[in-house]
Design a protein around this ligand. Sequence first.
Ligand code: NAP
Length: 266
Amino acid sequence: MKRFEGKVALITGASRGIGRGIALCLADEGADVRVNYRSHAEEAQQVAEAVTSMGRRALAWQADVSDRHAVAGMVTAAVEHFGHIDIAVANAATENHGPVIETSWEDDLRTFEVTQFGVFHTCKMCAQQMVKQVLGGRKGGKIIIISSVCAEIPVRERAAYNMSKAAINHLGRTMAVELIRYHVNVNMINPGWIDTPGERDMYGDSMIDEAGKQIPWGRLGMPEDIAKAVAYLASDDADFVTGTTLLVDGGLTLYCGDLDLTQAAD
Ligand code: NAP
């Protein structure tokens, strides 16, 4: 029996990149999947079809996670369609770049609304559903937040994103404390640099193809690297793991041990 057989997973931002990788990985191990997306309907549909072709149930659902009414609608519809939610992965995010003294409030606010509040809405509403299920006799659920190494490292010109990622990790720890009595686990993953469409749009193919050389492991991460970590945290093997943050970065954050400090002021 596959380890997610009979389980339902809701994954935000699953039309592309890491979210897509998570959807396919969980489906491959038996999960039915709610594929959330914001703008790439065709890609989301393709993910849903790939899940269906593995013999699982899938439904693509458009919702902007920054809109709490849309998130509530998505959770309700998922329960109506699948009956329950066992695994929730809060993955969708956006980011704006620039020195904090120069970025516009509108751009900063959009990052907060999606990357911070979107995760808050997703986790809160999925947790409400999971607690209801536990009180009805179902086994507790798993909530996984896809955060970032930027939660810990103040990468320059990403103030709103860094702040949001730090905030959602603390949200996750707080929810882990509150939900432990229901045996609903809440854990975070801090990915390093992962090769996704979003990164390629931002940096261009040539820079992404070169960037792997800077990572101690010798390559960028792939969505599958994060998906496998999600699968562990979503599985029964992680029943005793809650409130933790798993770093999946190919040694990226070990790199500072190699830094030439004579360049530090640069
Ligand atoms: P990506 O390739 O840009 O894909 C982003 C996904 O999120 C898409 O499916 C997109 O949907 C969805 N999305 C964006 N805004 C949304 C919104 N308001 N409501 C619902 N869905 C929304 O991103 P990624 O690189 O896979 O990143 C996924 C997660 O990993 C993010 O939390 C990111 O911060 C984190 N992360 C990534 C890296 C990296 O190097 N890639 C590193 C650290 C952390 P549509 O395309 O349909 O609009």
